[in-house]
Design a protein around this ligand. Structure first.
Ligand SMILES: Nc1ncnc2c1ncn2[C@@H]1O[C@H](COP(=O)(O)OP(=O)(O)OP(=O)(O)O)[C@@H](O)[C@H]1O
Length: 757
């Protein structure tokens, strides 16, 4: 701008000079006119005329030069404008360069970003691909992503190349423009130097003229010419300054252009390097991309083939499974058939075993002499055993030795376990769906409760039977599902009481099932499902507690009542669909002593009558069953009525006859044993055992039996409860108090904590 202002000052000076020149010319014309008028007859008029002519020419030349100068000025102005334009273009070029630089930076930034993205995507894609090798369902998605991303990368590269191309084109246009400007500048410089040359020549001529004028003595002209020379000198100086300015501008321009060119070149170089880097990256990426594409195609093929292969594999697997299922199912059917056959066989065998042992089995257990009894006068032991035959018992009665043959005789030292061993086959029958009755029969204090319930430290049949049921049920568990329920009932004075109910005083009744099945049931009878020994103990505790709350003296009361533990075992075989239902009746009968001996009166007499009635009814029922009477008098007592379905049909019965070894109890022992022998000869059910019948007939002719007949006590003609019933009130042992006392002590032991309540 300073240079521009400088140019404007020169123009002003030029204008001033021109106006002064114009003034001088007017003054010259005026002086010429004066000279013409005043010097009409001057001797130097010819010289003056010549000078005038010369002056006119000079004026003309001067004007011509002025015109040239004006043209030069015009040219200078034009050049100045061109320089300004050049400067503007330079500025624009610098601006564009900046823009280009920015664009380049952006492009390089974009490139680096895209490179980073590409690298990270490539890494991700590689990881995804490696994962895809294991995870087939995602392969398609990842390969798709890789495809899309590689296309995006390509596109970004293309865009960067396009931008680079455009920048190069712009740069070449700028270069072309610069070349043209340079050319114009050179031309203007050439014309300017020509003009300068011409000016110098003119000046020389002018100096010549001036010296001539000085020589001629024309001071005015000399003065004016010298002025013109001064002006010209000034003009020349101004022009020199202008040229110097232009030169410096030119140099500046060249320098700027050079710098811009160098910068552009270095930037171009950087861009080229970047491009080369990008190309290199692309080149390095291409193999990876090819590998990826190859992997992708491979995976794609695998994925495409996968459904078909899967379907094929599934079909094959299905076929194999169907085949295996078919084989397994046929094998299973075969096994099931065999299993059913084996089960039936086992059941039949077991039943046969039980049947061979006898559907009614009579065992005898002799209790030991208790500690308190050894000192008594009549504490003599009258029972002896056959060491070679465990089915024989000898009883010394008034000097005579009576022999009793039963199914088995347990001596005094027999343990609870040994007793139960003889019983457990019946428990198993119950699981198979048979009804079983186990009775403990005998006079008061003979050990019935001990055998059935036992003592806490040595449990009796009741608890052992339930434990065995649990273990058996557990063994059969995979196929069979069993439900074991228990009820406890007491029959006292022909009244049925629910021992597990909320109200133990409530009397129960026995009724016919309304479904017409002919089955009996006890409405309101409480049943508990038991699954463990703890459950049994809880149920027994509750039963004992309820039994104790209903009476004033539990020991006496329990001696005069029948206690029944009814266990129902219902089974279901899920594989065969079989159902079984068996009932195990564990009965602790009331004392069987004869009323005649006790001499009881009042309520005691009624108790004894009720006991005898029910025991006689039991004898009558067994007798009727043995004799295969069309009518079996089950309804004659609550006991037989309640046990009707467990005594008839294919049921099993076990009578455990308890005997006291004491001499004082000998007559009751004889009665009990005779009753047992009669019961033993009875057969229950349709599948009558020939062996049993044969045994019965052989018993009647056997010497042992003869000995029984021979050794029968003279006082008691028929040892069945029926006969005892008929002779009720005639005899009841006066020493019945002794066993009662013993029973009390045992009950206290057996019931333990329950009796406390
Ligand atoms: N086998 C035995 N071993 C040891 N003690 C026994 C045996 N049998 C019975 N006793 C004992 O004899 C006594 C009387 O037995 P238990 O009370 O069982 O007789 P019971 O026949 O049930 O009498 P009740 O008719 O009065 O109920 C008890 O003290 C009992 O412990």
């Amino acid at each position: 701008m300073e240079r521009l202002w400088g140019a404007t000052d020169l123009e002003k000076q030029l204008e001033v000079l021109e106006s002064e020149n114009q003034q001088l010319k007017q003054e010259l014309r005026a002086s010429q006119t004066q000279t013409t008028c005043s010097t009409g007859h001057c001797p130097h008029s010819q010289d003056v005329e010549a000078l005038r002519g010369e002056l006119c020419r000079k004026d003309e030349e001067c004007r011509e030069r002025e015109r040239r100068l004006a043209a030069l000025e015009q040219q200078v102005q034009e050049r100045t404008g061109a320089v300004v334009q050049l400067q503007q273009q330079l500025e624009e070029a610098a601006q564009r360069r900046q823009e280009l630089q920015q664009q380049l930076e952006e492009a390089s930034c974009l490139r680096s970003q895209s490179e980073e993205q590409l690298t990270s995507r490539l890494r991700d894609a590689e990881e995804a691909l490696s994962r895809q090798a294991a995870l087939t369902p995602q392969v398609k998605y990842v390969t798709k992503t890789v495809e899309v991303e590689s296309a995006q990368c390509k596109q970004a590269l293309m865009e960067a190349q396009g931008r680079n191309q455009a920048l190069q084109e712009q740069l070449s246009v700028q270069r072309q423009l610069l070349r043209e400007l340079e050319q114009q500048l050179h031309e203007s410089q050439r014309s300017s130097s020509q003009l300068r040359q011409q000016l110098r020549t003119d000046r020389g001529r002018l100096y010549g003229l001036l010296s001539k004028a000085v020589g001629g003595g024309n001071t005015e002209v000399t003065h004016r010419l010298s002025k013109i020379l001064v002006y010209e000198g000034e003009m020349e100086r101004a022009q020199g300054q202008l040229e110097a300015e232009m030169q410096s501008l030119e140099e500046e321009k060249n320098r700027v252009i050079e710098e811009a060119f160098i910068r552009a070149e270095s930037e171009m170089k950087a861009v080229h390097e970047n491009l080369a880097g990008v190309r290199m990256n692309l080149l390095t990426l291409q193999p990876a991309l090819r590998t990826l594409t190859c992997d992708y195609n491979c995976l794609k093929r695998q994925v495409q083939d996968f459904p078909y292969m899967l379907e094929k594999a599934i079909t094959e697997a299905k076929q194999e499974i169907c085949q295996v299922i078919g084989e397994v199912s046929s094998a299973n059917q075969e096994l099931l058939r065999k299993y059913k056959r084996e089960m039936n066989l086992r059941k039949k065998c077991h039943n046969e075993l039980v049947r061979l042992k006898g559907n009614i089995r009579v065992l005898c257990r002799v209790r030991p002499v208790c500690a308190g009894e050894t000192d008594a006068a009549d504490a003599k032991n009258i029972v002896t055993f056959d060491p070679d035959d465990d089915a024989v018992l000898y009883l010394s009665n008034k000097g005579k030795l009576m022999t009793f043959e039963l199914d088995k005789v347990f001596p005094t030292q027999a343990t609870q376990g040994e007793v139960f061993q003889e019983v457990q086959s019946l428990v198993t029958s119950c699981i198979d769906g048979f009804n079983v009755c186990i009775f403990a029969y005998g006079q008061t204090g003979s050990g019935k409760t001990y055998t059935m319930e036992g003592v806490p430290e040595d449990r009796g049949i009741n608890q052992r039977a339930l434990r065995l049921l649990f273990s058996e049920v557990l063994e059969k568990k995979p196929d069979w599902d069993y439900k074991i329920t228990v009820s406890m009932v007491e029959i006292y004075n022909e009244t049925l009481r629910n021992l597990l109910g909320d109200n133990p005083n409530e009397k129960l009744d026995i009724k016919m099932c309304p479904d017409g099945s002919g089955q009996l049931y006890v409405p309101g009878l409480t049943e508990f499902t038991v699954e463990s020994v703890e459950d049994i103990n809880k149920v027994f505790d509750l039963g004992h507690m309820n039994r104790a709350t209903a009476c004033t003296n539990l020991n006496e009361h329990s001696s005069r009542s029948h206690a029944l533990l009814i266990v129902t075992v219902a089974g279901f075989n899920s594989s065969t669909g079989h159902r079984t239902s068996g009932k195990l009746n564990l009965v602790d009968l009331a004392g069987s002593e004869r009323i005649a001996k006790s001499g009881a009166e009042g309520s005691r007499l009624r108790e004894a009558q009720c006991i005898n009635k029910s025991l006689s009814a039991l004898g009558d029922v067994i007798n009727a069953l043995r004799s295969k009477h069309s009518h079996v008098p089950f309804r004659n007592s609550r006991l037989t009525y309640l046990l009707q379905d467990s005594l008839s049909g294919d049921s099993k019965t076990l009578m455990m006859v308890q005997v006291s070894p004491l001499e004082s109890n000998v007559s009751e022992s004889v009665c009990s044993l005779k009753f047992a022998q009669r019961v033993r000869s009875v057969e229950i059910g349709p599948s009558s055992s020939s062996r049993r019948q044969a045994e019965t007939s052989s018993t009647s002719s056997s010497p042992t039996h003869d000995s029984v007949e021979l050794d029968s006590p003279p006082v008691t003609p028929v040892p069945l409860p029926i006969s005892r019933a008929s002779s009720a009130g005639s005899t009841l042992s006066s020493n019945s108090k002794t066993p009662t006392t013993r029973r009390r002590s045992h009950s206290q032991l057996s019931t333990g904590e329950q009796t406390v309540t």
